[in-house]
Structure formats: C-alpha cells, structure tokens
Design a protein around this ligand. Structure first.
Ligand code: PMP
Length: 434
C-alpha cells in the first residue's frame, strides 16, 4: 500500500525522471509534457544549469529570514526581472507560489488604500471564469464555482464583484467598458482593485480579450482610483510570446499598459524551486513605505535564496536561448496544427491562444454547443496520456459557464519536430475519444 494522499482515487504513474519535453515513469514509459506540468516547466526539464545554481546557492546561503535580511541573489534578481519585464521601477515581493502571490497582491492593494486614507476600499473585482489560487482569499477572488462551493460560507462571496469573461465578439475597448458598469454597481469607493488574468488559463482555455482591452481597463481603473492587478502566474514570463501578457496588444505599437501590480509564479523558476512574486509599482511601494512604513504581511519563505537562485538561472536560459521568441514561433506552428485538427475533428469547436498558451474548446459536434458536455476533455486527456502525451483538461461545464477544454503549453524550448509529434498524438487521442 502507498502512504501517499493522492488527489483522487485513480492510480497515478510514478514519475522518476525528466529531460527536455519528456518525463519518464518507473515502468520506463515516456510522456511528452504537452502542458509543462500545468504551464510551469518553461525552460524544459533536467536543465543542469539550474540544478547547479540551486546546489551552489544551498551550499553558500540557503536561508536568511526576510524580516531581517535581503540577500545578494535577491537584490540582483529583482533588478534583472524588472528589466526583463519592462517594469524598471517595479519592486519584487518574492513568495513561494501563485496563491501566496495573489494573497500578497490583494493585501498590498488594500493596504495601499488604507495608507492613503481610503479604508473603505476593500473589495476586489474579478472575472468569471478565472482562477487565482487555492488559498481562501485567492479562491474567493476566483470565478470558478466547482472549486469554491465547498468553502463558500467562509468566503463572503458578495465582497468580490464579478465581471463576465472577455467577449471575443466585442472590440477590446467596448469589452473593457463593461468594467465601468461593474464598478458603478459595486460602488467604486468600496473597490480596491481589479484583478484579471490577461490571458485566461486553466478556467477558460487560453481565452484572451481583443487588443485595446487592457489599455482601456487601465484607464477606467485610474479614473475610479482602483488598482489594476495582472495575474500573470500562468500567462507571464514569456509563455504567451511576450515577457508580459498584459502587453500583448502592443504588437501594433499600441498597448503599453503598466499594471500597478503584476503577479507571477509557475514559469518564474520553471518548476525547479517554489518561486512566485508580486511586482509592485513605485507608487504602491511608496504609499506603504511613506505611510505606516511596512507591508503588514509575510511568509517564512518569502524571498527564499535557493528559489531565487533557481529563478535567476531560469531567467539566464530564457534570455540566452531566446525562449520568448521561440514561444511565438513554436506557438504559431502548434496553433496552425490545432486549427487543422479542428477542421478534421467536429468535437473541436475552437483552437485559440497566444504563444505557447493554447486551448482547444471541445463540445457537442451535433449542436456545435460548447456547453455543457462534461467529461469530453477528460476522455481526450486520458486517451492522450495512454499514447504518451500529457495535456491539461478542464471543464467550464462544471461551473455552468463554458464547455470542456484542453490546455496545451509545452516547454518553450520544444523543437519543431516535437511540436509535430504532439499534434500526431493528439490527433490519435481525438479519434479514440470521439
Ligand atoms: N493564478 C493563476 C492564473 C494560476 O493559473 C494559478 C495556478 N494554476 C494560480 C494563480 C495559483 O498558483 P499556485 O498553484 O502556485 O498557488
């Protein structure tokens, strides 16, 4: 018998090794990691450079408590990360996971308003569907019914006004204008922040608003004194083919959005160590430090030097190997292949996304309806796994919002041949699951 508390009562293969885009289990089976362990392993598995950086840091300075020290590695990394993201005056608050990072961002937004004499601004507007984390605050912020309902009495749902999902039928500007109505209904003087995923990940299969959305949303936030928080835990760090997904609309020279707070995780240390963080603008940092003088919040492992060393080594690889541009190129290849699959498999209703954060919306081929068809994505993912391809299934149907979907996002280091291999395996899985 195993003493491991599994997430569900099915059997799990035991992973023993990983390299590049592949993982192996203890029976010697190989899997192509088509969703990067849920969009984490951006630089690929088994990178000796990162392993060496972790070992070197652990041997030199494994830990110093964040209430008493910064560290040389954190000082250097924060500056490099800020420049990589194009946020040169933002400051890094480093934590261990995306949920912690969103909790930190929400608390920072609330403290910002308290310091400025507006303690009544406590609410956070978020979108349905969305996912911001598993801790109670981040989960309350999330628009994901299936994960929330067990805990609803603790979460004061009414304190989290919700905006509908991005609407691809609207121009980005018209879509963002809907935020104004939600703020007016909530009472803008009660709202601390608008928190959104620029490209929606696990809860809606790589759904992005049209260009112009974030620029207009930022303008509306400013007009109402509301902070803009971009949750880039999944879509950031180059995954979508740009350092910051909130600036994707920039390709036409347009969207130079600067969120007050940017939340990062997953790809930050690419799975080599637990690392996430919040990048806070100089204005937010200044309000807190000029006010009561301290961010009244903390985690023991905030800014852990070993995690930060892993993050720095990952950033080295992203830059040295041009992986942000690679995400655009391989992403275009994968998206074209997914569109081809859509043409041949009637249960694929849509293929979409940016860079290497891509999604397939699955539905009923008879009606063309994307909802509700629970179980389709699970079936396709199961068939794919049996063929040696890992994908990330999700079901909006459980939330009463969207159909089933599969999220696809291999490591940004994937080769052209490996993308073709992924598409072949997926083709077979779709045939089998039909
Ligand atoms: N925000 C987003 C957009 C996410 O995708 C996730 C994780 N799927 C989180 C936050 C939570 O991150 P973590 O699981 O590291 O706590």
């Amino acid at each position: 018998m195993s003493n491991v508390f599994y997430r569900s009562a099915k059997s799990y293969p035991v992973a023993v090794r990983a390299e590049g885009v592949f993982l192996w289990d203890d029976a010697g089976r190989r899997y192509l990691d088509g969703s990067s362990g849920a969009l984490v392993a951006n630089v690929g598995h088994g990178r000796a450079e990162v392993a060496r950086a972790i070992a070197e840091q652990a041997g030199r300075l494994a830990f110093a408590h964040g209430s008493q020290f910064s560290s040389d590695v954190l000082e250097e990394y924060a500056g490099r990360l800020a420049r990589f993201l194009g946020l040169p005056s933002h400051r890094l608050w480093a934590v261990s996971g995306g949920s912690e990072a969103n909790e930190s961002a929400i608390k920072l937004a609330r403290q910002y308003h308290v310091e400025r004499g507006e303690p009544g601004r406590y609410r956070v507007v978020t979108r349905v569907p969305s996912y911001h984390g598993a801790s109670l605050g981040a989960l309350a912020a999330s628009g994901m019914g299936a994960r929330r309902e067990l805990y609803t009495p603790l979460m004061r749902q009414e304190a989290w006004p919700k905006l509908a999902r991005p609407d691809p039928a609207l121009s980005g500007e018209a879509d963002a204008e809907r935020l104004r109505a939600v703020l007016e209904a909530a009472g803008p003087e009660t709202v601390a922040a608008f928190l959104c995923e620029p490209v929606v990940g696990a809860s809606d299969a790589a759904l992005a608003p049209n260009p112009g959305y974030h620029t207009r949303a930022a303008e509306i936030c400013r007009e109402y004194g509301v902070l803009l928080i971009a949750d880039e835990v999944m879509c950031g760090m180059g995954r979508c083919g740009a350092p910051l997904a909130v600036r994707l609309g920039d390709s036409g020279g347009g969207e130079a959005v600067t969120p007050d707070l940017v939340v990062l995780g997953k790809g930050l240390a690419a799975g080599y160590a637990p690392l996430a963080g919040v990048m806070a603008s100089a204005e937010v940092y200044g309000a807190v430090m000029d006010g009561s003088g301290a961010f009244k919040h903390g985690f023991t492992y905030a800014g852990h030097p070993v995690s930060v060393a892993a993050g720095r080594a990952v950033l080295d690889l992203l830059e040295r190997e041009g992986l942000v541009a690679a995400a655009r190129e391989r992403g275009a290849q994968l998206l074209a292949g997914l569109q081809d699959l859509q043409a041949r498999h009637p249960q694929v209703l849509e293929a979409r996304g940016h860079g290497l954060l891509l999604g397939l919306v699955l539905g009923d081929p008879a009606t063309g309806e994307a909802y509700p068809v629970p179980g389709v994505a699970e079936r396709v993912a199961h068939a794919a796994k049996a063929r040696g391809l890992l994908t990330y299934p999700g079901s909006g149907a459980l939330d009463g919002t969207r159909g089933d979907h599969l999220l696809l996002g291999p490591p940004l280091s994937i080769s052209e041949g490996e993308v073709s291999q992924m598409l072949e395996l997926l083709d077979g899985a779709l045939d089998e699951a039909h």
